[in-house]
Design a protein around this ligand. Structure first.
Ligand SMILES: [Mg+2]
Ligand SMILES: [Zn+2]
Length: 190
């Protein structure tokens, strides 16, 4: 976790990529992803993470997992889902340096459930970086809203909820829109 802070002087800005999980890295489900076998990577997403790693980006995940707070699955099951995600990315030669999640029910009114920026604030503190160092990638408006609330730049992907999100974007906000994580990696490493 100290990699970025030890040699940050040699890195350009925006060296931290914070990915939403469902609909960005893996297929989403309106019924929640409740078990490791329900977690299925989107085509090309593990390889895209490797490409970002190879270009020097630190790749993190920040995800709302209210299924824990709703009692749909336990934290232990969520850890199992994340173990499968990490193994899938590792098998493609890439790595995710950290997974940050909000386990709370929406009614809990916590400050970490996106669109609240709590997870991003936590990442910035742990990596000793500012919002200007971070690029947020998401498929839902709340991912983008968390980025804007924190002052980070945002990329919308058209996977998951992305096409629907694209149609309802506020006109006064700046967001890059790309087809999928493969396109994100291609653009950021070009
Ligand atoms: Mg999502
Ligand atoms: Zn929370």
């Amino acid at each position: 976790m100290s990699e970025l802070s030890t040699d940050s002087g040699q890195r350009s800005q925006q060296s931290l990529i914070v990915l939403d999980r469902d609909g960005v890295i893996n297929h989403d489900s309106t019924a929640f992803i409740k078990s490791p076998h329900e977690w299925i990577a989107l085509p090309g997403s593990p390889e895209a993470i490797k490409q970002l790693n190879d270009a020097g980006f630190t790749v993190l995940v920040a995800t709302n997992q209210s299924g824990v707070g709703r009692g749909l699955f336990s934290r232990e099951t969520l850890e199992g889902i994340h173990a499968k995600m990490l193994a899938t990315v590792t098998a493609a030669g890439g790595h995710i340096d950290g997974i940050y999640y909000c386990p709370h029910d929406p009614d809990a009114a916590c400050d970490c459930r996106k669109p609240q920026p709590g997870l991003l604030r936590q990442i910035a503190q742990e990596y000793h970086c500012s919002a200007a160092d971070m690029i947020i990638v998401g498929d839902s408006l709340r991912d983008l809203e968390a980025a804007w609330a924190f002052g980070a730049s945002a990329i919308l992907v058209r996977t998951g909820n992305g096409l629907t999100t694209e149609q309802g974007l506020p006109a006064d906000q700046c967001v890059t829109i790309l087809d999928d994580l493969t396109a994100v990696a291609a653009q950021l490493t070009a």
